[in-house]
Design a binder for this molecule. Structure first.
Ligand code: ADP
Ligand code: ZN
Length: 744
């Protein structure tokens, strides 16, 4: 066939570009004769766009508009992988539901090898540099040049992109590489350039274990749950259920039974888990039952591993997929079951374009093809409880009993320490008995803020208007948003009269405070400052598991689904950290965190004890979490939300206007309110409100809270599309977040 000959077949293609003005557009192309008839919906192609050739996805056959074929350009190439048609429809549905661009949603469903944006390549930050923490803690005796010192000073504990490190320190990459050779810095490839889901990476062998036949017999309560859920599975069409079971009640066992049923009739299943790095056991559990039929998909896999798993799934070799958020897009054959474990977990929402929630995606996907969506949690989201009036309950633990919870009222505890005398005594007792304890403090660093006691001045980031955290490991104040570091001034920079005080103690401080009580080698710390990779997470967890006695200290990472049989004491060092954040879910999150972390105690034969230190023992969410009064908590919360018009009684869309020039950001938000106000009632629009600037960008927020969510979304989508270009020309960017989970 001569090159350049074109058939008259026309297809509609969405080029995978990031530029918003193009990312929502569909272009018509001619199919070259050699491919005539073989180009289907879902085909991956390369197409000319302007002066470039760009990857794209065929989303429809036939022209989208009546243009004569002479004016159309031909497709440049057709690639071998393709996207199943079902997933093309899903991408369209997500773009519609979350007001995201079609190109960004298609990026979620294209084969992994294709996941690199052609546009904006400079935004792809590949190399990530971070300190080797142990080194920075001691005096290392290594002499550094001025340039090298600048780099070491610039890199925060959590690391930063190589390019940025060089820019901040004003050096070339060679300086960084020298420091890597000296063992002071570590250079890694940033795991995922699109999603932030796996900032923590973990390498798994994809070699499959032999499936074992060891299925424990179910307890009566589990038996009943499986029975009822299998009935739901058999229902024709789409169904949704909630499995509400206390921590350790054997929910995973029930998932495995449902998956086995799906497999037995030739169907496929997806099991979503929050953060794979924190709960690697679950993969092993599923693998040990189903062997090579299990595919594992998460962004910590190397690109080639990922592609290999993807193809195994496409070919139907792997019919079960276990993975984090993005695994909800896995091209599983004959999908009939999606299970979302720990469905309250915040990692199910993607906090960047496209801002989808995996649960909604699962709903859309199964609603289109039929199947069961099962959410499992010990602390279900308030929103789920309203929809699902008859959850399947598990109230007994498979082994061990529910630990006793005690409040430690910090107002009555003398001394300035972070741990009350009662708590210290309990820890000492655990050590004496050679058992283990977990201490949760949901704040990183040494001091959450540093302020002047005389004039009240608080040290904030000059770019972000967020309070700076003191990190003793680097001896500097760090901005947790942008990573910028500052020297701690000796006196208050505002009144010049008093020294600064370090308040709001974090895990670094707790770690130190424990040193006089617990031998150094018995304390294990788990937070994103010390564990910058999945391998390190695993090492810390394994070391802790082996250490008896042992104390695991950390942020909410320690509250995830770990199963350590020797843990008999759980301490919440400060239950109040999440109480006063400006978020209507603050109480819910506190309740969930306390309930989850309490569930880590007494999981085996040993009895568990939970100590909750708080300055607010009367805060309803703390009181009810301690009393395990779920009914009261959910009732209070629902009443409040009904009164204030929050989800589930309204659907939210969050709009943020951002600009370097604060007046433009404000004007952008005000005009948005005016435009929305022509169609929505006054109670449906909240704001505009000023938010803290981030990285030198001023931000104003408008929240739409509407009973009729689909009408509100349509309206917002229409208004934003109309304003976007004009705003951009004035230097104002608009972000739209449907069903927002975070309001920072
Ligand atoms: P959950 O997912 O609700 O936290 P798991 O499924 O992890 O609970 O179960 C908690 C513990 O109990 C695990 O160690 C698990 O192996 C064990 N377990 C669960 N169900 C059974 C059963 N029917 N027989 C024996 N052990 C069980
Ligand atoms: Zn900052």
């Amino acid at each position: 066939m001569p090159n350049g000959a074109h058939s008259l077949q026309i297809v509609q293609v969405v080029p995978l570009v990031r530029v918003r003005s193009l990312a929502n557009r569909v272009f018509d192309y001619l199919v070259p004769q050699e491919f005539e008839g073989s180009v289907q919906v879902g085909a991956l192609v390369r197409v000319p766009l302007g002066r470039q050739v760009i990857r794209g996805v065929v989303v429809d056959l036939g022209p989208s508009q009546p243009l004569p074929p002479e004016e159309l350009r031909p497709i440049a190439a057709v690639l071998s992988d393709r996207v199943p048609e079902e997933l093309v429809s899903l991408a369209k549905a997500i773009a519609d539901r979350f007001l995201a661009t079609l190109a960004s949603c298609l990026q979620l469903v294209v084969p992994p090898g294709e996941r690199v944006w052609r546009e904006g390549a400079s935004r792809v930050r590949r190399f990530w540099v971070m300190p080797v923490t142990d080194m920075l803690q001691g005096e290392t005796g290594i002499r550094l040049t001025k340039k090298q010192k600048a780099v070491v000073g610039a890199v925060p504990p959590e690391g930063m992109p190589l390019k940025e490190a060089c820019a901040v320190a004003g050096v070339g990459p060679a300086v960084v590489r020298t420091l890597v050779k000296k063992g002071l810095l570590e250079l890694t490839v940033q795991p995922d350039q699109i999603g932030t889901e796996a900032q923590i990476t973990l390498q798994y062998s994809t070699a499959a274990a032999e499936p074992s036949s060891a299925w424990p017999s179910l307890y009566p309560e589990q038996e009943e749950a499986v029975c009822s859920l299998l009935n739901a599975y058999e229902e024709p069409g789409y169904s949704h259920r909630l499995l509400w079971g206390v921590t350790g009640s054997g929910k995973t066992e029930i998932y495995l039974h449902l998956i086995a049923r799906a497999l037995s009739e030739g169907a496929g299943a997806i099991l979503l888990v929050p953060e794979i790095a924190l709960t690697p056991q679950i993969i092993e559990r599923v693998r040990s039952r189903f062997g090579a039929q299990v595919g594992v998909l998460h962004s910590a896999l190397s690109p080639s591993q990922r592609l290999r798993e993807y193809r195994r799934i496409c070919r139907g070799e792997a019919r079960i997929v276990v993975g984090a958020r993005s695994a909800v897009f896995a091209p599983v054959r004959d999908l009939r079951l999606i299970i979302i474990d720990e469905s309250h977990d915040q990692s199910y929402k993607q906090e960047e374009e496209p801002r989808y929630h995996a649960k909604t995606v699962a709903e859309l996907r199964l609603a289109a093809r039929g199947g069961l969506l099962l959410e499992g949690s010990a602390t279900p989201p308030v929103e789920t409880l309203v929809r699902d009036t008859k959850p399947v309950r598990l109230s007994q633990r498979a082994s061990g009993s529910q630990p006793a919870c005690e409040v430690v009222d910090m107002r009555r505890q003398g001394g300035a320490g972070l741990l009350a005398p009662l708590t210290r005594a309990a820890l000492a007792e655990v050590l004496r008995r050679q058992e283990q304890a977990i201490v949760l403090l949901n704040r990183r660093g040494y001091a959450g803020y540093v302020h002047c006691e005389r004039c009240g001045h608080v040290m904030v980031c000059q770019d972000c208007e967020l309070s700076l955290t003191y990190h003793i490991s680097v001896g500097q104040l760090l901005c947790h948003h942008c990573g910028r570091s500052y020297l701690e001034p000796a006196v208050c920079p505002s009144c010049h009269e008093a020294p600064l005080v370090r308040s709001a103690p974090g895990t670094e401080r707790l770690d130190r405070e424990l040193r006089d009580l617990v031998p150094l080698e018995r304390v294990f710390r788990l937070d994103s400052d010390v564990v910058t990779s999945g391998a390190r997470v695993q090492r810390v967890l394994e070391d802790f598991a082996r250490s008896r006695p042992g104390v695991l200290v950390g942020t909410q990472m320690v509250a995830k689904g770990h199963d350590f049989p020797a843990v008999t004491l759980v301490v919440v060092a400060d239950a109040d950290t999440g109480l006063y954040v400006p978020d209507f879910r603050a109480a819910e999150r506190t309740f969930q965190l306390l309930t989850q972390v309490a569930g880590r105690a007494g999981r085996a034969n040993l009895p568990g004890r939970v100590l909750v230190q708080t300055w607010n023992p009367d805060a309803p969410c703390i009181r009810m979490a301690l009393a395990r009064d779920e009914a009261a908590f959910y009732k209070t919360e629902l009443d409040l939300r009904r009164r204030l018009g929050y989800p589930p009684f309204a659907e939210l869309v969050r709009l943020v206007a951002a600009a370097k020039d604060p007046r433009r950001a404000e004007a952008g938000a005000r005009y948005l309110v005016e435009r929305l106000g022509r169609h929505l009632g006054p109670t449906e629009i909240r704001g505009p409100a000023r938010l803290p600037s981030l990285k030198g960008v001023a931000r104003w927020q408008v929240i739409v809270a509407a009973r009729d969510g689909s009408r509100a979304r349509r309206l917002v989508g229409w208004i934003v599309r109309g304003l976007e270009d004009a705003y951009r020309q004035r230097g104002v960017s608009l972000t739209v977040d449907v069903d927002p989970q975070s309001f920072l």
